[in-house]
Design a protein around this ligand. Structure first.
Ligand code: PAF
Length: 282
């Protein structure tokens, strides 16, 4: 596995890969890799000839007061993981490579509407940071395809929208959420859960699945289902931000193109998000 820190060196390497007619996949990450990330890598390997994984903890997607400074950074373990998976190249840029004019002065990418609801409402500016860094990574790597986790469902839609609206020739793939045996979606932020919270955490998925079952049985009072789910999350010790049944493409009502249940809730110091598509939109 090759390890590259500089954009020029990366471009030189990828030019030769392209000349060999190889299809390039990018898996952007912020490190602290877990099995969920590894499944993104495996999916990328099944879709392309050459897989680049980037590791960069992006400051612009953290809102003031969030965990940027304490975000788990586990580079050595991450590199071991990726080596074992036979990733072709790991790109680990520093701040100056990604934000050459400093973070405050960077050109920004805005994906309207989608960026200001749900996670965007509770984390104002978060999706602008995600869209900006992903766009930069796309420009730097110029992959044929890129793979993102479906756990961050709204992020996946934001990225699909930016690719479409900026006319980028990149195919975006979503990878199915990997779960612990008790149902908790794998996430780098699960390390913030203490033991008691870790026991409770799968309740978020359970609450979503219960609503999914009600919908499948024909229940159509979305507002009631959402209200009841929020109440049961509160009773279980969560501090929910939102629990919503919405269209899987617009994340709004009415539902035209398939339906997704989205939820975010705090449990202690961990902000958990999860979702289930009742009918997937692809
Ligand atoms: O999902 C993530 O880990 C990040 O939001 C991403 C896509 C790597 C951008 O920093």
């Amino acid at each position: 596995m090759e390890r590259i820190e500089k954009i020029n060196a990366l471009r030189e390497k990828l030019d030769s890969v392209r000349k060999a007619d190889k299809k390039i996949a990018l898996v952007p990450t912020m490190g602290n890799l877990h099995e969920g990330h590894l499944s993104l890598v495996k999916q990328a390997q099944s879709l392309a000839d050459y897989v680049v994984v980037s590791i960069f903890v992006n400051p612009t997607q953290f809102v003031a007061g969030e965990d940027f400074d304490n975000y788990p950074r586990t580079l050595d373990a991450d590199l071991e993981y990726l080596k074992r998976l036979n990733v072709d190249l790991v790109f680990i840029p520093d701040m100056g490579e990604v934000y050459p004019d400093d973070v405050q002065l960077t050109t920004e990418v805005i994906v309207p509407e989608l960026d200001s609801i749900y996670c965007g409402e509770y984390r104002p500016g978060h999706f602008k940071g995600v869209a900006t860094v992903v766009c930069k990574l796309f420009n730097i790597v110029q992959p044929d395809i890129a793979v993102f986790g479906e756990k961050d469902y709204q992020q996946l839609l934001v990225i699909r929208s930016l690719v479409k609206n900026l006319n980028l020739p990149i195919n975006i793939y979503g990878a199915v959420t990997l779960r612990e045996t008790d149902g908790l979606a794998m996430s780098s932020r699960n390390v913030y859960l203490n033991e008691a919270e870790r026991q409770k955490a799968p309740f978020l998925y359970k609450a979503i699945m219960e609503v999914a079952e009600s919908l499948k049985r024909g229940e159509s009072n979305y507002e009631n289902l959402e209200k009841n789910a929020i109440s049961s999350l509160k009773e279980a010790g969560f501090n929910p931000e939102y629990f919503s049944i919405c269209d899987s493409k617009t994340l709004k009502l009415p539902i035209n193109q398939g339906l997704v249940i989205l939820a975010a809730a705090w449990l202690g110091k961990a902000r958990l998000i999860d979702n289930v598509a009742v009918q997937s939109y692809d």
